[in-house]
Design a protein around this ligand. Sequence first.
Ligand SMILES: [Zn+2]
Length: 92
Amino acid sequence: MINATFEQFEHQFPTDDACKEFIVLQRWPDGVRCPRCNASERIYPRKGQSFRWTCKNKGCGERNGYSFSVDYGDHSSRIPKSLSKFGSRSAT
Ligand SMILES: [Zn+2]
């Protein structure tokens, strides 16, 4: 399904949120993880910011929150480029 064209994508995910939800599931099928320390626990959604999380693990320097689009690494090729507009690039 990840290889669908953007038109198919738009048809299947009429809203941004539905689309983001899908991308989150593609990236973290077992739950959201911290891109910095890779922890899956003590990850909290940011207040007032949907699809953005904060890692509260000790020793992890992640304090500004991250979105699903940060640090794709090897997975970047699986995400259609046209969807990158949904991501924030602030967390580098
Ligand atoms: Zn972390």
